[in-house]
Write a protein that binds this ligand. Structure first.
Ligand SMILES: [Zn+2]
Length: 373
């Protein structure tokens, strides 16, 4: 534990948050077992040489020392210095050259060389840094910063979680909801290989798998640990001036069918009711922690369209978001009437019954949030 002396740990109220976040960090960099709930502990982090790549379960001790030398040289170029304790197959906590471990100078960089010494990968677990990357022990390009080059790693992570591309059953499930295969693929929607009717919404950041939410066709949900801590689709709003926030992954996919990629979904649906209390301090604002974790993305945005569900929890969610994001830059979508009594419930319902063009128009006609209430 001493290696993980972290500013959050000094704050007893945030201890549980930290313990939730940490497995996610490890899962993202080192998914080791084909289990659905990521199961790393701190003890594993420093002592257990478990297979990180889902390929070889057997630790290969015959790795080439020359590979190690190449890795070392490449790492040094990036400012990561490896001492002799850094051996393949184990996890190490090093100083991050990007953020220097923040004020507390913590060893925030989770670093791992896979057991055959082929490549090394890392992630800084400080929220405001999050540096990720990998280097290979051959003459391939130096890989850093996540991005396209991290994708090969992402595939390995998906396999080790038991995910595979969606098959005919789920493709037709989504087709009924007017969501195309193209949209499923672009958003890396997967299925469980063990049960081909379970949808896996992959949560990615910088192209790396950082969480996963599962949903059965009959609408049961569960998720990998830590998944509820970032917005779904966060990479899609990296450079956006205007973004849309919806209440579920399928609504995000629906908006993509209407031509909007600059959309994210909250990870956990809506809270039950509007809280009339003042905002809690950030570290106690657990219900909206995902928002704070994505703050650097959201701060840059000029206009935010809230397209939550047309029911009380949906309104409560919109209110909770507007309060935190600033009402003045928020707009609210009004879902149209279905008949004399009811209105459409959400983006996917509008897509199915009114079509993509109508959905697009409705979102474009969102009204300033302050006037909406
Ligand atoms: Zn860092």
């Amino acid at each position: 534990m001493s290696l993980f002396r972290n500013q959050w740990l000094c704050h007893p109220l945030t201890r549980s948050l930290f313990s939730k976040l940490l497995p996610r960090t490890y899962a993202a960099v080192f998914p080791s077992r084909p289990c659905l709930v990521w199961c790393h502990s701190l003890a594993h982090a420093t002592t257990a040489p478990c297979s990180p790549d889902g390929v070889g379960q057997v630790v290969d001790n015959t790795f080439d020392a020359s590979k190690m030398k190449v890795l070392k040289q490449k790492m040094e170029l990036l400012g990561i210095s490896l001492d002799n304790s850094c051996v393949p197959g184990q996890y190490h906590n090093l100083f991050c050259p990007k953020c220097k471990g923040g004020k507390l100078e913590e060893r925030s960089l989770s670093f791992h060389i896979i057991s055959d010494g082929e490549f090394a990968m890392w992630r800084c677990f400080r929220v405001d840094c999050g540096w990720v990357g990998q280097v290979f022990a051959d003459d391939k390009e130096l890989y850093g910063e996540g991005g396209a080059n991290a994708r090969s790693y992402g595939q390995i992570a998906e396999e080790s979680l038991g995910l595979e591309p969606v098959g005919p059953k789920l493709v037709s499930y989504f087709k009924e909801r007017l969501i195309s295969e193209k949209t499923l693929n672009r958003n890396s929607v997967r299925q469980l290989s063990a049960n081909k009717t379970v949808i896996a919404f992959t949560y990615k950041q910088n192209g790396l798998l950082v969480g996963c939410k599962f949903r059965t066709i009959d609408k049961r949900f569960w998720q990998g640990k830590g998944t509820d801590k970032i917005l779904y689709g966060i990479d899609d709003i990296r450079n956006a001036d205007e973004i849309i926030i919806v209440e579920g992954e399928i609504d995000k996919l629906s908006l993509e069918e209407a031509g909007f990629q600059n959309c994210v979904s909250v990870p956990g649906g809506a809270p039950g009711k509007v809280s009339l209390k003042d905002l809690p301090p950030i570290e106690k604002d657990t219900a909206f922690q995902y928002l704070w974790n994505c703050k650097e993305y959201l701060d840059k945005v000029d206009r935010i369209i809230l397209a939550t569900d047309n029911d009380l929890p949906g309104q409560a969610l919109a209110e909770g978001l507007a309060k935190r994001l600033g009402r003045e830059r928020c707009r609210l979508v009004h879902w149209p009437k279905k008949d004399e009594f009811d209105s459409y419930k959400d983006a996917n319902e509008v897509l199915r019954y009114m079509g993509a063009d109508a959905l697009r128009r409705i979102v474009e006609n969102a009204e300033p949030y302050t006037n909406a209430n």
